[in-house]
Design a protein around this ligand. Sequence first.
Ligand SMILES: Cc1ncc(COP(=O)(O)O)c(C=O)c1O
Length: 438
Amino acid sequence: MRDVWNTRALIESDKKHLWHPFTPMRDWCAQDHAPLILVAGQGAWLEDSEGRRYLDGNSSIWTNIHGHAHPKINRAIQDQLERVAHVSFLGTTNPQAIELASRLAGFFPEGTLEKVFLSDDGCTAVEAAMKMAVQFWQMEGHPNRSRFIAFENAYHGDTLGAASLGGIGAFHRSVAGHQFPVTRITSPEELDTVQGFHHGDVAAVVIEPLIQGAACMRTWPSGMLRKLRQKCDEAGVFLILDEVMTGFGRTGTMFACQQEDVIPDFLCLAKGLTGGYVPLAATLTTARVFDAFLGDVEEGKTFYYGHSYSGNPVGCAAALASLDVFRDECVLENLPPKISRLSELLVEIAKAPGIYETRQCGLIAGIEVRRRNGEAFPWMWRVGAKICLAARRHGILTRPVLDTIVFMPPLCVTVEEVEAGLQAIRAATQEVLMQVDP
Ligand SMILES: Cc1ncc(COP(=O)(O)O)c(C=O)c1O
């Protein structure tokens, strides 16, 4: 039997007490705004408190991999809860974290990314990498190597360290002046002109490989990542890859870096690590980095960084189950037909009026709308948000990045569901564009 929810009372109480992330709260709390209350999920579908179903068009903020309520992941979480929900990772360890570290390291050639540091979210995975890089250089006798190089329009999370790297003004303006020093570039070629890149004051270069998510799903040219690795090697600078969004099959391979045969010095994982069920993050690095932190306690080489829930066994059990699902259900092997159907549909949709550009990387797509004359809509018209709102009536739930509509379903989506999702976005887009740009 279906649970019965009192939607109206829940909305009232939400507005009274809750503060939502990345949300203009005056609009949220407005009398006529009725937020969706999501109460259940099954496979690629979500259900709201009124019993309406929606295709999860952005994988619940880019997290879900194998669909909701997957029996194997649910079982693994339940089994772990029966054993113990949480134990400290400071001074003790647990079997689930031990196995997970070994399986994550096993994705990379022996002697490369063999050390795994666990934390909670995408931003902490990135921040751990940044702090490890800075402390590494201090301990190696280069305390001045503390500057990072990041890309225009990058997004790496919201804690202060990760936010230093962010190149999206609106997100990070409020903390300007409280951040790590960062130089911003647009291409690997620019590194040659960055002062101090070669054995100067740069700790690391950080990038979202293959595609920048929050930058409206912008893809990098093929071969760019390999070039970046080369330049970092020549300059003796670390390369940090933020695969928080691209990891775990989204781009068609387990990790985006595998498409260009690149192995970074630090690899940051989160979101899809647990299949998108519970928070967990991992920062993978090399023995070279790890070994620099070995020494007598008084040498001050310990990495003083961590969180109460580091190494949480429920998260690790979910992550192990998610990796099992990849193997048992041949998830990566089943992606190509879905990815190619998505490509065909994007070519089709690109011909519709008002669609300025479509961008794709694996099972990630961005559909950018503009005025018919090619000019961007004024951002405060929030055309992308209006389209996503209208899309709900057509049975799909997603969020835009400005006026780019994101389509990034769970990897378990079927070809038919990909078709239905694109059809819904197309219908909603045409409806809204008729109103704002008739
Ligand atoms: C590439 C990338 N890095 C880091 C983050 C931050 O992850 P979290 O929100 O889990 O802190 C995100 C979130 O969208 C992301 O897309």
